[in-house]
Ligand binder design. Sequence first.
Ligand SMILES: Nc1nc2c(ncn2[C@@H]2O[C@H](COP(=O)(O)OP(=O)(O)OP(=O)(O)O)[C@@H](O)[C@H]2O)c(=O)[nH]1
Ligand SMILES: [Mg+2]
Length: 199
Amino acid sequence: MDSTRDITFSCPGTLYALMGQGDSRIKNEITVLVLGLDGAGKSCIVEKLAKPTKGNIVQHRATNYQVTEFAQGKRTAALWDLNGGKEERNLWRHYYLGTKGLIFVVDGTQRDRFKEAKLALDSVIEDEELQGIPCLIFCCKSDSSDFVDITEIKNIFSFEGNPNIHPFPLHFEACSTFTGDGLAEGWKWIVDEVTKTTK
Ligand SMILES: Nc1nc2c(ncn2[C@@H]2O[C@H](COP(=O)(O)OP(=O)(O)OP(=O)(O)O)[C@@H](O)[C@H]2O)c(=O)[nH]1
Ligand SMILES: [Mg+2]
């Protein structure tokens, strides 16, 4: 991978649109948005996902997001980790175009924020730009004694009966960035799903 190239060229948002979707580098990229409420564990997850790779890890930081690129087999994974603060969530939609997969991170220990997280996830999934893309829900902090049972989290985050949402591949994975549990399994699922649709 050419670590010197300007990483902003892989931007799935406005810049991507300006460049056109025929660019082979972009076509060959597993561009995944990593969203979720503030403090859910997004940045810790991205760090752990990128670490085991042997190739270069290229990082680009801006005020409200961080992009991490690394080799994923013969392709490149670009993880767009957007900040999850209340005001910053309004900016998420600017990054939807060109996204091939979504990782939504839920803090599995914060039952009192599940409703807020579900509302945020609904608004993402209902967006026209993201219809049909695979969505991995990482239920983070499974190492904690406060971690809510995954079955309960699945029930709360279910999309059944929402008329605004078309069917899409969905997978829940409990994980911990402290122990590493679930990270490889969840990552494999989203890579496989994105690969199916973007070969
Ligand atoms: N117990 C536990 N804590 C974790 C785990 N992963 C992350 N944390 C903690 O959760 C806090 C928030 O993690 P971040 O990764 O910064 O959260 P974020 O989702 O990127 O938050 P924003 O950037 O504010 O949107 C930190 O204090 C981490 O130490 C985990 O697997 N288990
Ligand atoms: Mg973060």
